[in-house]
Design a protein around this ligand. Structure first.
Ligand code: PEP
Ligand code: MG
Length: 319
């Protein structure tokens, strides 16, 4: 079966009704781009840059070291776009030993963009590295865990200041497309207001489920309650995809849901045309896409997302 999948590597991911679907890779290190290219990814949809910062005993990578790492990823993708997410430390991804001791509820604490905005010098070093590499290829910049419009304005102000710092040093850079992770229910509910600030969105379903259902995604004791098919989760996901369509902006799903072949048809039916996942899932999801007919899936998916028991409807069989 694996061999049959490998033959799909160069097959365009197009549905039976001729809808193009982008299959992108999630990576943690620049060298992961090899697996992404091998799987036929059409770009990197999520570069989790925090892995460059973790386990280094407090000595964090400076602008130059980050620039080299991002450049390696861009070159590794051979001209395909690379979406670099600003550092998402905290909670399940502690910067170093002892991190968790700072907070009783680390998932609700100083993580992701909150941490970046609390360490502006560190944040701007990362932004300068990304801006510089944007002069060398197709680079997109993604911000994790935004929840307040004020955070968006603060983030964009930091980006402007990073540009001014490069200008002052006479260093060349490019302007990446800007995107927001939608992974806090507040952001999903405010997406109409958030979207005009950005070129694209990426739905982080791992955290969106965690925060929507109040289930710590790292706590085994409540793992049985972690439910991607909870109707509240599906309604949030469906509404974000729909708002992206209304405003003509690209929406990607980059959480585990995107690589789950059991979810592919539902997400296609809800209007999703961009999926980012671990490279090992790409060919299996592509196989689902090649079999799908969105004209049939769309009315069914709308029904599932409106249902109070989506899992039961899906178990009845998919069109
Ligand atoms: C997510 O939350 O779905 C996501 C993609 O980000 P991470 O898993 O890195 O938190
Ligand atoms: Mg997340």
């Amino acid at each position: 079966a694996r061999e049959r999948l490998v033959r799909l590597r160069h097959t365009p991911s197009v549905t039976r009704d001729a809808q193009q679907v982008a299959l992108l890779a999630n990576i943690e290190q620049p060298q992961d781009t090899q697996a992404a290219v091998r799987a036929g990814a059409v770009g990197v949809g999520l570069f989790r840059t925090e892995f460059l910062f973790m386990g280094r005993g407090g000595r964090l990578p400076d602008e130059e070291e980050q620039f080299q790492a991002y450049l390696q990823a861009v070159q590794g993708m051979q001209g395909l776009p690379v979406t670099i997410r600003s550092i998402d430390v905290g909670a399940d991804k502690p910067l170093d030993k002892g991190w968790r001791e700072h907070s009783l509820n680390p998932a609700l604490g100083l993580r992701a963009i909150r941490w970046s905005l609390s360490e502006p010098a560190m944040f701007r070093a990362q932004l300068r590295a990304v801006l510089r590499v944007a002069g060398h290829g197709k680079v997109k910049l993604l911000f994790p865990m935004l929840g307040h419009e004020a955070q968006i304005r603060q983030t964009l102000a930091q980006l402007n200041q990073a540009r001014a710092e490069l200008d002052a040093r006479g260093i060349a850079y490019g302007m990446p497309e800007l995107g927001a992770m939608i992974e806090v229910p507040a952001a999903a509910l405010m997406v109409r207001e958030f979207l005009p600030y950005f070129d694209f969105l990426s739905i982080g379903t791992n955290d969106l489920i965690q925060y929507c259902l109040a289930i710590d995604r790292a706590d085994e004791a409540v793992a049985h309650l972690y439910d991607p098919l909870h109707p509240a989760v599906l309604r949030l996901v469906a509404s974000v995809i729909a708002e992206g369509q209304r405003q003509g902006k690209e929406v990607t799903v980059c959480g585990e849901m995107a690589g789950d072949v059991g979810m592919t048809r539902l997400l296609l039916g809800l209007g999703l045309r961009s999926f980012s996942m671990h490279p090992s899932q790409i060919l299996a999801v592509k196989q689902e896409i090649l079999r799908a007919d969105i004209r049939v899936l769309a009315p069914w998916a709308a029904q599932v997302a409106a249902s109070s028991d989506p899992a039961a409807l899906m178990a009845l069989g998919e069109p």
